[in-house]
Design a protein around this ligand. Structure first.
Ligand code: ADP
Ligand code: MG
Length: 322
């Protein structure tokens, strides 16, 4: 069991950022409207995810850390139809198997539970007053899997992966107030007021968000909406293009290419726009062979969708007389 969990951890928990992703998705699933994430030394010393979601009942705490213990049943295709992010019940078991985990949770403010797990073993659980919600603290990541620890890069690299994943989750959830801190320093903060442009301001800064253009288009299969930067507000990496498919962040090379193509010859070589585009589609158009933790999705009629992105961005930029 312990070994199985460690092997599963290798798949789910590649680095601090993947752990933050799993914990944050659980907070989203729990209906949180506020999620505070704090890492120390880019997560290598400590990571903490705090939410004001549903909390976990005392008797469910040991269960939540068991493999395949999930309160969310769904097939891969359902992922695109429903809003629950987790569906395999592996994350908490995997995380606990390779770290030192402290959980505080309450389903009702004032009563609550604190639990401590080391290397996957529940070493302590007791009643403890807590506000409603859940806080999970993870220390000593990969302490018992030195091979995995070896793959962890510099703090700067790990932090950039953490900022990247939390930004995408925040952009996909303008209705949730996110704060990400590294040590005492706020990496970014969103208001949770539901407005996408203001969420973009939280993540990328007010100046970029204000200068972005809104786009919206629909054809028989897809509906797209979001914001794209002007051709002179660019970045050196295409990582600042975020695709949300039925509300979830996914990567797709062809769609990103479609967005860039929408700029025609307006972009300088090696420069890429900032864009956040929400795509709504029938879940039947999603390739079921997608691997949920890889964050990559394939879509049938991908070319049609890439074209819709390209033409609507092109038209919008032409309207600007740039
Ligand atoms: P999954 O998310 O796939 O169900 P996890 O291992 O990530 O599996 O979590 C196991 C279970 O623990 C969840 O199904 C949920 O019931 C509970 N849980 C985990 N994190 C939270 C949280 N932040 N708030 C409330 N419940 C949680
Ligand atoms: Mg989960």
């Amino acid at each position: 069991e312990a070994l199985t969990n460690q092997i599963a951890a290798g798949e789910v928990i590649e680095r601090p950022a993947s752990l933050i992703k799993e914990l944050t998705e659980n907070s989203i699933d729990a209906g949180a409207t506020q999620i505070d994430i704090r890492v120390v030394d880019a997560g290598l010393t400590l990571m903490e995810v705090m939410d004001n979601g549903s909390g976990i009942d005392r008797e469910d705490v040991p269960v939540a850390f068991k493999r395949h213990a999930t309160s969310k049943i769904a097939t891969v295709r359902d992922l695109f139809a429903i809003h629950s992010l987790g569906f395999r019940g592996e994350a908490l078991a995997s995380i606990a198997s390779v770290a030192d985990v402290t959980l505080a949770t309450a389903t009702v403010a004032g009563v609550g539970t604190e639990a401590h797990l080391v290397g996957g073993k529940l070493v302590d659980q007791h009643s403890q007053a807590f506000r409603q919600g859940t806080s999970i603290k993870v220390a000593d990541l990969f302490f018992n899997t030195p091979a995995r620890l070896k793959y962890v890069r510099s703090q700067a690299t790990e932090l950039s992966h953490i900022v990247d994943i939390v930004s995408r989750l925040a952009l996909g959830h303008p209705e949730i107030a996110f704060t990400l801190r590294n040590g005492d320093k706020v990496a970014f903060k969103t208001t949770g007021n539901g407005d996408l442009q203001q969420t973009i301001a939280g993540v990328y800064g007010v100046n970029i968000a204000r200068s972005m253009l809104a786009i919206a288009a629909t054809d028989s299969d897809f509906s797209i909406s979001g914001y794209v930067s002007l051709p002179d507000t660019t970045r050196s990496s295409r990582n600042n293009i975020t695709l949300l498919i039925n509300g979830r962040y996914f990567k797709n090379y062809n769609l990103v290419k479609g967005i860039i193509a929408g700029y025609g010859s307006k972009l300088m070589v090696g420069r890429f726009p900032v864009a956040v585009i929400a795509i709504e589609l029938d879940p039947k158009l999603v390739d079921v062979n997608v691997h949920p933790t890889k964050q990559e999705v394939r879509i049938s009629k991908e070319r049609e969708l890439a074209d819709l992105l390209k033409t609507s961005i092109y038209a919008r930029l032409s309207n600007q007389n740039l």
